[in-house]
Design a protein around this ligand. Structure first.
Ligand code: SF4
Length: 203
């Protein structure tokens, strides 16, 4: 599948420590999307399901679950479903973000969507809507986005106790990578004020 980024340990993409996979490719092109570099379906890199599940297997004892986001995970639903099934086989929880709505996913993406939903514990649905921007809830950026609990593995109490945060990593070459949720413009101002070059900051 096309992958934008894979991060083995993060506390900024859902409850607990999670391996996070940003898929490459999204046709929605929401106004105000801060992951526009994930839109191009030919960008990123190719990883097989086997390569991704191998990475999960390697760290399974040090993580609580995996998170799929993007990009649009449902554009590669069949392969994402296989990865999620393997993660669950290792006893891990699965969170999947989508810009679609729960009710429309099967119609929009076919049988792969059903398989992905069947292997998801928490679906966070809804396209980012800049006119409904709201950062008061964890993990979501606009009021139309919903938490759909497909199993009781991750309940509302875990979401309510989760606090939005950013993680910032600086490579030896000086590239700054940022992930997580919050006021990105404020963070960017602070990073630049701290002496970082805007061109070296990646999200
Ligand atoms: S669905 Fe997500 S990744 Fe795709 S354009 Fe909208 S906000 Fe960006």
């Amino acid at each position: 599948m096309r992958v934008h980024r894979l991060l083995e340990h993060t506390r900024a993409e859902g409850p607990g420590v999670r391996l996070c996979i940003w898929v490459q490719g999204c046709r929605r092109h929401c106004e105000g999307c801060f992951a526009a570099d994930t839109w191009d379906p030919d960008g990123g890199c190719e990883m097989t399901v086997g390569e991704i599940t191998q990475r999960i297997r390697k760290v399974r004892d040090s993580i609580d679950g995996i998170t799929f986001l993007g990009g649009e995970p449902f554009e590669q639903a069949g392969e994402a479903a296989e990865v999620c099934a393997a993660a669950r086989g290792y006893g891990l929880s699965v969170i999947v973000f989508t810009g679609g709505t729960y009710e429309s996913l099967e119609q929009e993406y076919g049988s792969g969507a059903r398989a992905l939903l069947d292997n998801t514990d928490l679906l966070i649905d809804g396209q980012f809507a800049v006119e409904k921007r709201d950062l008061s809830r964890p993990l979501v950026g606009s009021l139309n986005q919903r938490f759909i609990f497909l199993t009781d593995r991750i309940g509302m109490e875990k979401i309510e106790s989760y606090k939005n945060r950013f993680e910032v990593r600086i490579s030896p070459e000086g590239t700054v990578t940022v992930n997580g949720m919050g006021d990105l413009e404020e963070l960017k101002r602070r990073l630049i004020a701290g002496g970082n070059d805007e061109n070296d900051i990646r999200y």
